[in-house]
Design a protein around this ligand. Sequence first.
Ligand SMILES: C[S@@+](CC[C@H](N)C(=O)[O-])C[C@H]1O[C@@H](n2cnc3c(N)ncnc32)[C@H](O)[C@@H]1O
Length: 151
Amino acid sequence: MNYYDQISEGYNNLHKEEQIKKVNEIIDELSITNERVLDVGCGTAFYSYLFKDYTGIDNSKGMLSKTEANVIHGEAESLPFEDKSFDVVISVTAIQNFTNIEKAIKEIRRVAKNKIAISILKRSKKLKEVETLLKDFKKIEEDKDIIFILS
Ligand SMILES: C[S@@+](CC[C@H](N)C(=O)[O-])C[C@H]1O[C@@H](n2cnc3c(N)ncnc32)[C@H](O)[C@@H]1O
């Protein structure tokens, strides 16, 4: 059982409001309406109702068991999708947890048609690495996260 499997029970109560604020910011920035959206590291996907065409992927069965949204179990580092199969790919406060961030970003770029949004905790030790890998993205500062936007 991984860390997120263990905290899955209380996750929504702890983080719901702040995560919904970040997701709404991403929706505004990318002008997402009814496009096909993939969410990498979706967790409990409690904000999936904000999207018309949503697919989430996460490697914690515990987190996924808390949602009825359209989600699959899998790794960010090897996304089981064809090239350019999603109009938009988002990843919300999850990248600092990925085992191989460079590989995950390559995968996200591969499956996205054009729009990408990736957020990371400002206090994360991985922020510098992510900034270097996402040099071509616009940076938006939010309360707790930096959101990287490609549109
Ligand atoms: C802080 S939670 C964020 C969940 C959700 N995006 C949100 O905003 O509520 C981070 C998520 O990343 C997932 N995760 C960590 N490493 C992963 C990987 N290599 N592949 C897929 N998901 C991963 C965890 O299981 C966890 O659900």
